[in-house]
Design a protein around this ligand. Structure first.
Ligand SMILES: *Cc1c(COP(=O)(O)O)cnc(C)c1O
Length: 415
């Protein structure tokens, strides 16, 4: 696509956008009486208009049928989310289940897949990983009686660089060799916006005998994923960011088919038990084959109903079209901001395979003032200490005109 820096170009691109109708499926929030220009879908995705009725339908079943709703509608409710989730992640349906929240799921899968020994106890993560991931893995290491100062290896960019090079990641694996038990990597780093080359990283980690976990918080619904074919061991995500599931909406897990008959350590609960014997309360734990075997408790139906309404939009639009527009839209933002390069530095990789929708911008002067100025102009994006503004044009509801408006305002604010 050849871009032009003009409102007429942006309007034309919107007219020709095959996904333009989906913007109407979402509520556009307001700020001081005007529609927001919303670029914070990487923190909390917008609310689908269908979410209200999706939730009230389940409330009505509760009102009208009480416990019969449990038997007739809710026992397998999570399965309504399975196919659409599997499609988004490039997984087989039996490899995924929607449950709990991201960090809880990370702990549950680490309990199974991280079994350190004196010779093999290291965990590799990105330096500057999301704090929750850092806390989770440090506590896992301590739980097993090891010291994070020895067992936690952090991948750092080269001096003067902000993103990690895949080659350096792989060199670190080779350097630590078979002392590595687990590699945990974000699909997109929340701060820099860098999307990691999961396939290459997974292969390299497997070559030294490590298991690979992916945190898809910023990847699910944002990147073109193929977890099954990449042979990722396990993955976790949340659904309130790009997936628009609503505040605190349920996360999920991916467990590769190769682990489907897991008989190693696992924290069990009745919902992971085969349905046929689940209600024989004194029976021995007989796990469901595949990811569902990691379920513990019965599902939060109202929250899942909300998520179901957004997953329907994803299924309608289709990931290939979403990714296609995302690349164009974020490319447009990059093109426009590129003309302000003495004022703003983009720290997210240029290579569109190494990023999703988000660009992380470092404003060289008066960054906080610029950020506040954006807010006063109804633009909602977010600020990360010390100096980064994260901007995420989301293909399902952002437009080329949104991006152009952002550019005009940021240009004015950095004059
Ligand atoms: C958003 C996010 C989380 C959130 O964790 P919850 O358990 O859902 O609160 C975790 N990790 C990363 C990388 C995130 O971006």
């Amino acid at each position: 696509m050849t871009y032009e820096s003009s409102i007429s170009f942006a309007k034309k691109a919107d007219q020709e956008d095959p996904l333009k109708k989906f913007r109407d499926d979402f509520h556009m929030p307001q700020y001081k009486g005007k529609d927001m220009i919303y670029f914070a879908g990487n923190s909390l995705g917008l609310m689908p208009k269908m979410s209200n009725s999706a939730v009230s339908d389940e409330l009505e079943i509760w009102a009208k049928t009480g416990v019969l709703g449990q038997h007739n509608c809710w026992i397998d409710y999570h399965k309504h989310l399975t196919q659409s989730t599997a499609t988004i992640l490039g997984a087989k349906p039996k490899e995924v289940v929607v449950m709990n929240a991201l960090t809880i799921n990370l702990h549950l899968l680490m309990i199974s897949f991280y079994q350190p020994t004196p010779k093999k106890n290291k965990i590799i993560i990105e330096h500057g990983a999301f704090p929750s991931d850092q806390y989770a893995v440090e506590s896992q290491i301590r739980f097993h009686g090891y010291d994070p100062n020895d067992a936690l290896i952090e991948l750092r960019p080269r001096e003067g660089e902000t993103c990690l090079r895949t080659k350096d990641i792989i060199d670190t694996f080779n350097q630590h060799g078979d002392s590595i038990a687990t590699v945990l990597i974000g699909s997109v780093n929340y701060y820099t916006g860098q999307a990691f080359e999961i396939e290459k990283i997974t292969k390299a980690a497997h070559n030294v005998g490590a298991r690979v976990a992916i945190d898809l918080a910023h990847g699910a619904g944002n990147l073109d994923l193929d977890l099954h074919n990449w042979e990722v061991d396990f993955a976790v995500w949340c659904s309130y960011k790009y997936l628009c599931g609503g505040p605190g909406s349920p996360g999920g897990v991916f467990v590769h088919e190769k682990h489907e008959n897991w008989d190693g350590p696992r924290f069990n609960g009745w919902w992971g038990n085969k349905k046929a014997t689940r209600f024989i309360m004194d029976s021995k734990f007989d796990p469901i084959v595949g990811a569902e075997g990691w379920q513990i408790s019965n599902a939060p139906i109202l929250a899942m109903a909300c998520l179901r309404s957004s997953m329907a939009i994803f299924s309608n639009a289709g990931m290939p079209a979403i990714i296609k527009k995302s690349k164009k839209l974020t490319g447009y933002l990059e093109y426009l901001i590129g003309s302000l390069k003495d004022k703003i530095k983009i720290i997210t990789p240029k290579d569109s395979k190494q990023r999703g929708a988000q660009l992380s911008l470092v404003v060289k002067k008066n960054a906080e003032e610029v950020f506040n100025g954006l807010n006063s102009n109804h633009i909602i994006c977010d600020w990360r200490e010390p100096d980064v503004i994260r901007v995420a044009p989301v293909p399902l509801y952002n437009s080329f005109v949104d991006v152009y408006r952002f550019y005009e305002i940021v240009k004015d604010l950095t004059k």
